[in-house]
Design a protein around this ligand. Sequence first.
Ligand SMILES: CC(=O)Nc1cc[nH]c(=O)n1
Length: 105
Amino acid sequence: MTRPLKQMTFYHRFEKDILSGAKTITIRNHAEADFLPGEIVSVSTFETGRWFCNIQILSVTPLEVDDIDERHALQENMPLDELLAVISRIYPDEKSLYMICFKLC
Ligand SMILES: CC(=O)Nc1cc[nH]c(=O)n1
């Protein structure tokens, strides 16, 4: 029997960047980083739950908020100050996060 795919949600505004290959990482907290390299994950919008692609997980690595830099911003396809603002809004009290690298299936 085949296992159902794990799920990941992204804000609708990230959809285009993911589908174009411009966004290749996501920074998540411990509760949202339970993925293994090689896993195929079903991706839908956070707002409505609409499926829009599957991705393959390439790596999951610990990342301290203080170590987020321009390289991460490039892979998120946004300016560093915007990325830091997004992360502190989503995870206001968390300093230890994970970088999840992925590719579109
Ligand atoms: C829904 C949600 O939390 N989305 C996130 C969170 C962090 N990074 C990201 O790309 N998307």
